[in-house]
Design a protein around this ligand. Sequence first.
Ligand code: F6P
Length: 445
Amino acid sequence: MVSTGNPLSITAADLTVRRLGTPRLVSPMARFLRGRASSPHYVHESDRVLLDDTMAIATTRDCDVDGLPSLEPGGPRMRIFFNPATTTVGIVTCGGLCPGLNNVIRGLVLELADNYGVTEILGFRDGYRGLVGESEPMRLTHALVADIHNRGGTILGTSRGSQDPEHMVATLRKHGISVLFVIGGDGSLRGAQRIGEEADRQGYVLSVIGVPKTIDNDIPYIEQSFGFQTAFARATESIKAAHTEARCTPNGVGLVKLMGRHSGFIACYATLASHDVDFVLIPEVPFSLKGQTGFLAVLQRRMQRQGHAVIVVAEGAGQELFSYDGAVDASGNAKLADIGAHMREAIIEEFAANHADISLRYVDPGYAIRSVPANGYDAVYCLRLAQAAVHAAMAGRTAMVVGRWHGRFVHVPIALATATRNQVDPNGDLWMSVLEATGQPERFC
Ligand code: F6P
């Protein structure tokens, strides 16, 4: 049972990936492996990727090297569990849109069809709704997915919210699915875990493999989620627009609101990419608006000195300034108060009260940052995640997501990937870079 975000509490058992059985069939990928266990492309079962990334953590564990927690590497195995000729595969995309969804679908289909010889691939529509019979799945072929990677969104459609696991498993059984790929964020991956558990309870042999998706980059132990790079690159354009407006207007203030519910990675990276931002507000660093060292007073001093300012606020920032009524969306996420609108009003009021004339330009790119096609980096990443996901599934792994750790593709148990949240560390080097780049104080209090 995975407990906390503290890496020291993670044990070898938390990192163990479930296997459905012994892989006995020679993999069609063996042709790339030159039939030798010593091939450089072959993944040895004894090969492991260390979890810890600092000597400080590793030495605190008080064990020898063999006892250090480690992850199973991704990649093709010599032997596989599922027979490609008799295996039917399902794919579903869940949750909010993210650049690269179509790339992952295409990558899965081409890897399955072209390299493993799987011919039966079904795409379930509209997220988990498609797994409770709300629509018929679509047959995915090489020809059908040929050019989908040039488009944003997902050809399968998506929706938020889970469905009854028994009902979903019944649908999978009806279609003879042996492998299900779930492309989704933390809520969807929890749903995938429940599907796997229900299949186990029924004694139904099903591999459930997650491909972690979120522009917020908030899934732990995967280094970076696909689509994040594309999303913050698009967000950078909005910052540039706000900066141009602010700089070319007397006493111009550019206020940019960016997605990022609980994690401020998009705000931080877009800020660093543009290097034109004066203040960044993220969910991980609470702030006060009022007082001599509060945000509004510091902003006024910057305006007096510089004549313009650009502020980036993540949508989940400053929620401590509001009272929360407990409302949640279909995925169980807290419905957030609108910090962007609140900041706009607060800034205008504060400057008016001080008889200072400002022109505030409010830019909210909203969904525009996540509905675009994947950029080159994400396109490569999506394809490689898809390849790793297919290798894992065909080898009979289950209840895991594919990710990247210390520069290697790895298998991460879903339970670990959904137990905590990846967030910007206010004491870490990313936030330090932001402070250096913006010149803002460490805290507004
Ligand atoms: O997927 C994460 C995310 O993009 C968040 O940044 C944002 O809060 C949320 O999705 C909004 O999604 P929707 O409006 O589709 O629920």
